[in-house]
Design a protein around this ligand. Structure first.
Ligand SMILES: Nc1ncnc2c1ncn2[C@@H]1O[C@H](COP(=O)(O)OP(=O)(O)OP(=O)(O)O)[C@@H](O)[C@H]1O
Ligand SMILES: [Mg+2]
Length: 381
Protein backbone atom coordinates (compact mmCIF):
# COMPACT_ATOMS: atom_id res chain seq x y z
CA UNK A 1 0.00 0.00 0.00
CA UNK A 2 1.54 3.33 -1.06
CA UNK A 3 1.44 6.27 1.32
CA UNK A 4 0.36 9.78 0.37
CA UNK A 5 3.96 10.80 0.37
CA UNK A 6 4.92 8.13 -2.18
CA UNK A 7 2.00 9.07 -4.41
CA UNK A 8 3.15 12.71 -4.44
CA UNK A 9 6.77 11.70 -4.99
CA UNK A 10 5.79 9.45 -7.90
CA UNK A 11 3.66 12.21 -9.42
CA UNK A 12 6.53 14.68 -9.32
CA UNK A 13 8.81 12.17 -11.09
CA UNK A 14 6.13 11.72 -13.76
CA UNK A 15 5.78 15.49 -14.24
CA UNK A 16 9.51 15.74 -14.77
CA UNK A 17 9.81 12.72 -17.07
CA UNK A 18 6.92 13.71 -19.30
CA UNK A 19 8.17 17.30 -19.54
CA UNK A 20 4.61 18.36 -18.80
CA UNK A 21 5.50 21.95 -17.96
CA UNK A 22 9.03 22.10 -19.08
CA UNK A 23 8.60 25.34 -20.93
CA UNK A 24 5.84 27.88 -21.04
CA UNK A 25 5.48 31.59 -21.64
CA UNK A 26 4.21 33.80 -18.86
CA UNK A 27 1.92 36.82 -19.39
CA UNK A 28 4.89 38.96 -20.36
CA UNK A 29 5.94 36.48 -23.00
CA UNK A 30 8.98 35.27 -21.07
CA UNK A 31 9.91 31.63 -21.54
CA UNK A 32 9.92 29.86 -18.18
CA UNK A 33 10.65 26.40 -16.93
CA UNK A 34 8.55 24.95 -14.18
CA UNK A 35 6.78 22.03 -12.54
CA UNK A 36 3.17 21.82 -11.37
CA UNK A 37 3.10 23.33 -7.84
CA UNK A 38 1.53 21.11 -5.18
CA UNK A 39 -1.43 22.81 -3.48
CA UNK A 40 -3.40 20.32 -1.41
CA UNK A 41 -4.67 16.78 -0.86
CA UNK A 42 -8.41 16.14 -0.59
CA UNK A 43 -9.35 12.88 1.09
CA UNK A 44 -12.79 11.69 0.05
CA UNK A 45 -14.60 8.43 0.74
CA UNK A 46 -13.98 7.03 -2.71
CA UNK A 47 -10.70 8.67 -3.67
CA UNK A 48 -7.79 10.87 -2.70
CA UNK A 49 -7.31 13.93 -4.88
CA UNK A 50 -3.97 15.71 -5.34
CA UNK A 51 -4.34 19.29 -6.55
CA UNK A 52 -1.57 21.21 -8.32
CA UNK A 53 -1.34 24.70 -9.67
CA UNK A 54 -0.39 25.04 -13.34
CA UNK A 55 -0.29 28.07 -15.66
CA UNK A 56 -3.75 29.19 -16.81
CA UNK A 57 -4.66 27.78 -20.20
CA UNK A 58 -2.31 24.83 -19.95
CA UNK A 59 -4.18 21.69 -20.97
CA UNK A 60 -3.60 18.14 -20.03
CA UNK A 61 -1.53 16.14 -22.48
CA UNK A 62 -2.28 12.56 -23.49
CA UNK A 63 1.22 11.49 -22.52
CA UNK A 64 0.87 12.86 -18.98
CA UNK A 65 -2.53 11.23 -18.48
CA UNK A 66 -1.24 7.91 -19.76
CA UNK A 67 1.89 8.08 -17.57
CA UNK A 68 -0.15 8.81 -14.43
CA UNK A 69 -2.77 6.19 -15.13
CA UNK A 70 -0.04 3.64 -15.87
CA UNK A 71 2.03 4.44 -12.77
CA UNK A 72 -0.44 3.26 -10.16
CA UNK A 73 -2.24 0.01 -9.72
CA UNK A 74 -5.42 1.97 -9.09
CA UNK A 75 -8.05 3.77 -11.09
CA UNK A 76 -6.88 7.36 -11.71
CA UNK A 77 -8.65 10.31 -13.24
CA UNK A 78 -6.67 13.35 -14.33
CA UNK A 79 -8.27 16.68 -15.18
CA UNK A 80 -6.99 20.20 -15.76
CA UNK A 81 -9.17 23.29 -15.43
CA UNK A 82 -8.79 26.92 -14.41
CA UNK A 83 -5.07 26.77 -13.69
CA UNK A 84 -5.38 23.60 -11.62
CA UNK A 85 -4.39 20.01 -12.25
CA UNK A 86 -6.42 17.42 -10.36
CA UNK A 87 -5.19 13.86 -9.97
CA UNK A 88 -7.78 11.56 -8.40
CA UNK A 89 -6.60 8.18 -7.20
CA UNK A 90 -9.48 5.89 -6.34
CA UNK A 91 -9.48 3.49 -3.43
CA UNK A 92 -11.64 0.92 -5.14
CA UNK A 93 -11.81 -0.68 -8.55
CA UNK A 94 -14.86 -0.69 -10.77
CA UNK A 95 -17.11 -3.64 -9.91
CA UNK A 96 -17.11 -6.48 -12.46
CA UNK A 97 -20.84 -6.88 -12.07
CA UNK A 98 -23.65 -4.39 -11.60
CA UNK A 99 -27.13 -5.87 -11.32
CA UNK A 100 -30.01 -4.23 -13.16
CA UNK A 101 -31.94 -4.52 -9.91
CA UNK A 102 -29.55 -2.06 -8.24
CA UNK A 103 -30.78 0.64 -10.60
CA UNK A 104 -34.20 0.48 -9.04
CA UNK A 105 -32.81 2.28 -6.02
CA UNK A 106 -31.85 5.23 -8.19
CA UNK A 107 -34.63 7.55 -9.15
CA UNK A 108 -34.30 8.62 -12.78
CA UNK A 109 -37.22 10.92 -13.39
CA UNK A 110 -36.31 12.17 -16.87
CA UNK A 111 -38.21 10.54 -19.73
CA UNK A 112 -36.47 8.62 -22.52
CA UNK A 113 -33.44 8.28 -20.24
CA UNK A 114 -31.63 5.03 -19.55
CA UNK A 115 -28.74 4.18 -17.23
CA UNK A 116 -25.63 3.28 -19.21
CA UNK A 117 -23.43 2.15 -16.38
CA UNK A 118 -21.62 2.86 -13.16
CA UNK A 119 -18.32 4.67 -12.88
CA UNK A 120 -16.49 4.68 -9.57
CA UNK A 121 -18.43 7.67 -8.32
CA UNK A 122 -21.41 8.14 -10.59
CA UNK A 123 -24.25 6.54 -12.49
CA UNK A 124 -24.04 7.56 -16.14
CA UNK A 125 -27.38 8.24 -17.78
CA UNK A 126 -28.20 8.65 -21.44
CA UNK A 127 -31.08 10.92 -22.36
CA UNK A 128 -32.32 10.11 -25.86
CA UNK A 129 -33.95 13.53 -26.19
CA UNK A 130 -30.59 15.21 -25.67
CA UNK A 131 -28.51 12.74 -27.71
CA UNK A 132 -30.88 10.90 -30.07
CA UNK A 133 -28.59 8.30 -31.64
CA UNK A 134 -26.02 5.89 -30.29
CA UNK A 135 -23.57 3.39 -31.74
CA UNK A 136 -22.54 0.32 -29.77
CA UNK A 137 -19.46 -1.73 -30.65
CA UNK A 138 -17.79 -4.71 -29.06
CA UNK A 139 -16.17 -8.03 -29.85
CA UNK A 140 -18.18 -11.20 -29.45
CA UNK A 141 -19.51 -12.03 -25.94
CA UNK A 142 -18.63 -8.64 -24.48
CA UNK A 143 -22.11 -7.39 -23.65
CA UNK A 144 -23.75 -5.64 -26.64
CA UNK A 145 -26.95 -7.66 -26.62
CA UNK A 146 -27.24 -7.60 -22.82
CA UNK A 147 -26.93 -3.80 -23.00
CA UNK A 148 -29.68 -3.58 -25.64
CA UNK A 149 -31.94 -5.80 -23.55
CA UNK A 150 -31.46 -3.70 -20.45
CA UNK A 151 -32.10 -0.57 -22.55
CA UNK A 152 -35.38 -2.00 -23.90
CA UNK A 153 -36.43 -3.21 -20.45
CA UNK A 154 -35.64 0.10 -18.78
CA UNK A 155 -37.36 2.22 -21.44
CA UNK A 156 -40.52 0.11 -21.26
CA UNK A 157 -40.60 -0.06 -17.47
CA UNK A 158 -39.99 3.62 -16.89
CA UNK A 159 -42.05 5.42 -19.52
CA UNK A 160 -45.78 5.41 -20.25
CA UNK A 161 -46.47 2.47 -22.58
CA UNK A 162 -47.94 4.65 -25.33
CA UNK A 163 -44.84 6.90 -25.41
CA UNK A 164 -42.40 4.21 -26.49
CA UNK A 165 -42.47 2.52 -29.91
CA UNK A 166 -39.88 -0.09 -30.74
CA UNK A 167 -38.67 -1.27 -34.13
CA UNK A 168 -36.31 -4.13 -33.35
CA UNK A 169 -33.83 -5.45 -35.88
CA UNK A 170 -32.14 -8.63 -34.74
CA UNK A 171 -29.78 -9.89 -37.38
CA UNK A 172 -28.86 -12.98 -35.43
CA UNK A 173 -31.99 -14.60 -36.77
CA UNK A 174 -34.41 -13.05 -34.28
CA UNK A 175 -33.17 -15.24 -31.43
CA UNK A 176 -32.63 -12.37 -29.04
CA UNK A 177 -35.37 -9.84 -29.81
CA UNK A 178 -38.07 -12.36 -30.70
CA UNK A 179 -38.97 -12.37 -26.98
CA UNK A 180 -40.02 -8.70 -27.26
CA UNK A 181 -42.28 -9.15 -30.30
CA UNK A 182 -45.45 -9.34 -28.17
CA UNK A 183 -44.85 -6.15 -26.21
CA UNK A 184 -47.38 -3.38 -26.66
CA UNK A 185 -44.45 -1.06 -27.31
CA UNK A 186 -43.08 -3.19 -30.17
CA UNK A 187 -44.25 -2.19 -33.62
CA UNK A 188 -42.26 -4.79 -35.52
CA UNK A 189 -39.32 -7.16 -35.25
CA UNK A 190 -37.12 -8.01 -38.25
CA UNK A 191 -34.76 -10.94 -38.16
CA UNK A 192 -33.10 -10.94 -41.59
CA UNK A 193 -32.05 -8.48 -44.29
CA UNK A 194 -35.28 -8.83 -46.27
CA UNK A 195 -37.50 -8.17 -43.25
CA UNK A 196 -35.21 -5.31 -42.24
CA UNK A 197 -35.66 -3.65 -45.63
CA UNK A 198 -39.46 -3.91 -45.23
CA UNK A 199 -39.31 -2.59 -41.67
CA UNK A 200 -37.18 0.35 -42.75
CA UNK A 201 -39.51 1.14 -45.67
CA UNK A 202 -42.28 1.37 -43.11
CA UNK A 203 -40.18 3.64 -40.88
CA UNK A 204 -39.30 5.84 -43.85
CA UNK A 205 -42.86 6.30 -45.00
CA UNK A 206 -43.89 7.05 -41.41
CA UNK A 207 -41.10 9.63 -41.20
CA UNK A 208 -42.26 11.23 -44.44
CA UNK A 209 -45.84 11.43 -43.16
CA UNK A 210 -44.65 12.92 -39.88
CA UNK A 211 -42.45 15.38 -41.74
CA UNK A 212 -45.43 16.83 -43.60
CA UNK A 213 -47.44 17.06 -40.35
CA UNK A 214 -44.49 18.85 -38.73
CA UNK A 215 -44.31 21.24 -41.68
CA UNK A 216 -48.03 21.98 -41.49
CA UNK A 217 -47.85 22.65 -37.75
CA UNK A 218 -44.61 24.61 -37.99
CA UNK A 219 -42.72 22.18 -35.73
CA UNK A 220 -38.97 21.90 -36.08
CA UNK A 221 -38.02 19.47 -33.33
CA UNK A 222 -40.18 16.98 -31.44
CA UNK A 223 -38.62 17.94 -28.11
CA UNK A 224 -40.25 21.38 -28.41
CA UNK A 225 -43.71 19.98 -29.21
CA UNK A 226 -46.44 18.34 -27.08
CA UNK A 227 -45.80 15.01 -28.87
CA UNK A 228 -44.69 12.46 -26.32
CA UNK A 229 -44.08 9.43 -28.52
CA UNK A 230 -40.51 8.43 -29.32
CA UNK A 231 -39.70 5.68 -31.79
CA UNK A 232 -36.59 3.60 -31.15
CA UNK A 233 -34.99 1.69 -33.99
CA UNK A 234 -32.64 -0.80 -32.33
CA UNK A 235 -30.27 -2.85 -34.48
CA UNK A 236 -28.28 -5.78 -33.11
CA UNK A 237 -25.46 -7.14 -35.25
CA UNK A 238 -25.56 -4.46 -37.91
CA UNK A 239 -22.46 -5.91 -39.62
CA UNK A 240 -24.89 -8.32 -41.28
CA UNK A 241 -26.15 -5.37 -43.33
CA UNK A 242 -22.88 -4.82 -45.18
CA UNK A 243 -22.61 -6.48 -48.54
CA UNK A 244 -19.92 -8.94 -49.64
CA UNK A 245 -18.46 -9.29 -53.15
CA UNK A 246 -19.94 -12.79 -53.60
CA UNK A 247 -23.53 -11.62 -53.02
CA UNK A 248 -26.12 -11.30 -55.78
CA UNK A 249 -26.81 -7.82 -57.10
CA UNK A 250 -30.34 -7.85 -55.71
CA UNK A 251 -29.11 -8.65 -52.19
CA UNK A 252 -26.45 -5.96 -52.43
CA UNK A 253 -29.09 -3.41 -53.41
CA UNK A 254 -31.31 -4.47 -50.53
CA UNK A 255 -28.46 -4.13 -48.02
CA UNK A 256 -27.45 -0.80 -49.56
CA UNK A 257 -31.01 0.40 -49.07
CA UNK A 258 -30.98 -0.68 -45.39
CA UNK A 259 -27.78 1.23 -44.70
CA UNK A 260 -29.14 4.26 -46.51
CA UNK A 261 -32.43 4.15 -44.57
CA UNK A 262 -30.62 3.83 -41.23
CA UNK A 263 -28.43 6.81 -42.16
CA UNK A 264 -31.61 8.77 -42.97
CA UNK A 265 -32.94 8.06 -39.49
CA UNK A 266 -29.85 9.66 -37.98
CA UNK A 267 -29.87 12.52 -40.47
CA UNK A 268 -33.51 13.60 -40.40
CA UNK A 269 -35.30 11.25 -38.00
CA UNK A 270 -33.90 12.75 -34.79
CA UNK A 271 -35.98 15.92 -35.05
CA UNK A 272 -39.07 13.79 -35.77
CA UNK A 273 -38.64 11.63 -32.67
CA UNK A 274 -36.75 8.66 -34.12
CA UNK A 275 -33.84 7.31 -32.07
CA UNK A 276 -31.33 4.89 -33.57
CA UNK A 277 -29.27 2.47 -31.47
CA UNK A 278 -26.87 0.71 -33.82
CA UNK A 279 -24.80 -2.20 -32.49
CA UNK A 280 -22.04 -3.96 -34.37
CA UNK A 281 -19.39 -6.53 -33.62
CA UNK A 282 -16.91 -5.41 -36.26
CA UNK A 283 -16.62 -1.64 -36.51
CA UNK A 284 -15.17 -0.86 -39.94
CA UNK A 285 -16.06 1.76 -42.52
CA UNK A 286 -18.33 -0.82 -44.22
CA UNK A 287 -20.23 -1.95 -41.16
CA UNK A 288 -20.49 1.44 -39.46
CA UNK A 289 -21.52 3.88 -42.22
CA UNK A 290 -19.87 7.28 -41.98
CA UNK A 291 -23.12 9.19 -41.72
CA UNK A 292 -24.41 7.04 -38.86
CA UNK A 293 -21.15 7.45 -36.98
CA UNK A 294 -21.08 11.21 -37.51
CA UNK A 295 -24.67 11.72 -36.44
CA UNK A 296 -24.53 9.43 -33.43
CA UNK A 297 -23.16 11.71 -30.76
CA UNK A 298 -23.02 8.92 -28.21
CA UNK A 299 -20.65 6.03 -28.71
CA UNK A 300 -20.48 3.01 -26.47
CA UNK A 301 -17.77 0.42 -26.91
CA UNK A 302 -17.14 -2.83 -25.13
CA UNK A 303 -13.80 -4.58 -25.57
CA UNK A 304 -12.59 -4.67 -29.16
CA UNK A 305 -9.77 -6.83 -30.45
CA UNK A 306 -7.59 -4.10 -31.95
CA UNK A 307 -6.67 -0.48 -31.44
CA UNK A 308 -7.76 0.19 -35.04
CA UNK A 309 -11.26 -1.06 -34.29
CA UNK A 310 -11.33 1.12 -31.18
CA UNK A 311 -10.45 4.16 -33.29
CA UNK A 312 -13.30 3.38 -35.68
CA UNK A 313 -15.80 2.91 -32.84
CA UNK A 314 -14.73 5.70 -30.50
CA UNK A 315 -12.34 7.85 -32.54
CA UNK A 316 -9.62 6.88 -30.11
CA UNK A 317 -7.82 3.92 -28.67
CA UNK A 318 -8.75 2.32 -25.36
CA UNK A 319 -11.52 -0.20 -26.07
CA UNK A 320 -8.86 -2.85 -26.81
CA UNK A 321 -7.70 -2.60 -23.19
CA UNK A 322 -11.06 -3.24 -21.52
CA UNK A 323 -11.03 -6.39 -19.46
CA UNK A 324 -14.34 -7.96 -18.43
CA UNK A 325 -17.70 -8.44 -20.18
CA UNK A 326 -19.98 -5.48 -19.50
CA UNK A 327 -17.02 -3.09 -19.10
CA UNK A 328 -17.23 -0.32 -21.68
CA UNK A 329 -16.17 3.16 -22.69
CA UNK A 330 -19.05 5.60 -23.16
CA UNK A 331 -18.20 8.67 -25.13
CA UNK A 332 -20.23 11.81 -25.73
CA UNK A 333 -18.28 15.04 -25.24
CA UNK A 334 -16.39 13.37 -22.41
CA UNK A 335 -15.27 9.82 -22.14
CA UNK A 336 -15.85 7.52 -19.15
CA UNK A 337 -15.16 3.90 -18.31
CA UNK A 338 -18.22 2.17 -16.95
CA UNK A 339 -19.64 -1.17 -15.92
CA UNK A 340 -22.92 -1.73 -17.74
CA UNK A 341 -25.79 -3.18 -15.67
CA UNK A 342 -26.49 -6.85 -16.27
CA UNK A 343 -29.95 -8.22 -16.88
CA UNK A 344 -30.72 -11.86 -17.58
CA UNK A 345 -33.24 -12.96 -20.22
CA UNK A 346 -35.45 -14.31 -17.46
CA UNK A 347 -35.47 -11.06 -15.48
CA UNK A 348 -36.10 -8.98 -18.60
CA UNK A 349 -39.03 -11.20 -19.59
CA UNK A 350 -40.51 -11.20 -16.11
CA UNK A 351 -40.32 -7.44 -15.81
CA UNK A 352 -41.93 -6.93 -19.21
CA UNK A 353 -44.60 -9.63 -18.91
CA UNK A 354 -47.20 -7.04 -17.96
CA UNK A 355 -46.73 -5.27 -21.30
CA UNK A 356 -47.44 -8.36 -23.38
CA UNK A 357 -50.27 -8.14 -25.80
CA UNK A 358 -52.35 -11.25 -26.48
CA UNK A 359 -54.88 -11.68 -29.24
CA UNK A 360 -58.10 -12.35 -27.32
CA UNK A 361 -59.59 -14.54 -30.06
CA UNK A 362 -57.13 -17.42 -30.05
CA UNK A 363 -54.49 -16.57 -27.47
CA UNK A 364 -51.91 -16.14 -30.23
CA UNK A 365 -49.44 -13.29 -30.08
CA UNK A 366 -50.55 -10.00 -31.53
CA UNK A 367 -49.92 -9.49 -35.22
CA UNK A 368 -47.37 -6.74 -35.59
CA UNK A 369 -48.08 -6.29 -39.28
CA UNK A 370 -51.66 -5.20 -38.73
CA UNK A 371 -50.89 -3.11 -35.69
CA UNK A 372 -48.87 -0.44 -37.45
CA UNK A 373 -51.65 0.41 -39.88
CA UNK A 374 -53.89 2.03 -37.30
CA UNK A 375 -51.09 3.28 -35.16
CA UNK A 376 -50.68 6.99 -34.90
CA UNK A 377 -47.02 7.82 -34.38
CA UNK A 378 -47.89 11.43 -33.63
CA UNK A 379 -50.02 10.54 -30.65
CA UNK A 380 -49.72 13.33 -28.10
CA UNK A 381 -50.43 11.18 -25.05
N1 LIG B 1 -23.15 -5.97 -18.30
C1 LIG B 1 -22.67 -7.19 -18.06
N2 LIG B 1 -22.19 -7.52 -16.84
C2 LIG B 1 -21.69 -8.75 -16.61
N3 LIG B 1 -21.60 -9.73 -17.54
C3 LIG B 1 -22.05 -9.46 -18.76
C4 LIG B 1 -22.60 -8.18 -19.10
N4 LIG B 1 -22.95 -8.19 -20.39
C5 LIG B 1 -22.66 -9.41 -20.85
N5 LIG B 1 -22.12 -10.19 -19.90
C6 LIG B 1 -21.69 -11.60 -20.04
O1 LIG B 1 -21.24 -11.79 -21.36
C7 LIG B 1 -22.06 -12.73 -22.05
C8 LIG B 1 -22.26 -12.31 -23.50
O2 LIG B 1 -22.98 -11.09 -23.56
P1 LIG B 1 -23.74 -10.65 -24.89
O3 LIG B 1 -24.60 -11.74 -25.37
O4 LIG B 1 -24.40 -9.36 -24.59
O5 LIG B 1 -22.51 -10.46 -25.88
P2 LIG B 1 -22.50 -9.81 -27.32
O6 LIG B 1 -21.55 -8.67 -27.28
O7 LIG B 1 -23.88 -9.51 -27.77
O8 LIG B 1 -21.85 -10.97 -28.17
P3 LIG B 1 -22.13 -11.38 -29.71
O9 LIG B 1 -21.46 -10.35 -30.54
O10 LIG B 1 -21.46 -12.72 -29.83
O11 LIG B 1 -23.61 -11.42 -29.90
C9 LIG B 1 -23.36 -12.76 -21.23
O12 LIG B 1 -24.01 -14.00 -21.36
C10 LIG B 1 -22.86 -12.53 -19.83
O13 LIG B 1 -22.37 -13.74 -19.26
MG1 LIG C 1 -25.06 -10.27 -29.28
Amino acid sequence: MLTNWTYKKRLSVIFRRTNFLREYRDFLGNLKETQPRYLQTNKETLYTEYVYSIPLGKVLTDSLEKAIVGAFDRVCKVKSAGGRLYVRIYKYKLPDHVAYEQLKEINVDTKYTVPIGLTLDDLILHNFDVTPHMTVAGATRQGKTVFLKQLITYLCENNPTEDIRLYLIDLKGGLEFGRYADLKQTVRVASNACETAKLLEEVQSEMNRNMSVFRKLGYTNIVDTPIKTRTFVIVDEAAQLSSEPFMQQETKEQLGYCQHALSEITRIGGALGYRLVFATQYPTSDTLPRQIKQNADAKLSFRLTTEVASRVALDEQGAEKLTVPGRAIYRTIDKVEIQVPYISDKESEERLAKFKEVDQRDGASYDKVSRTDDDDPLQTG
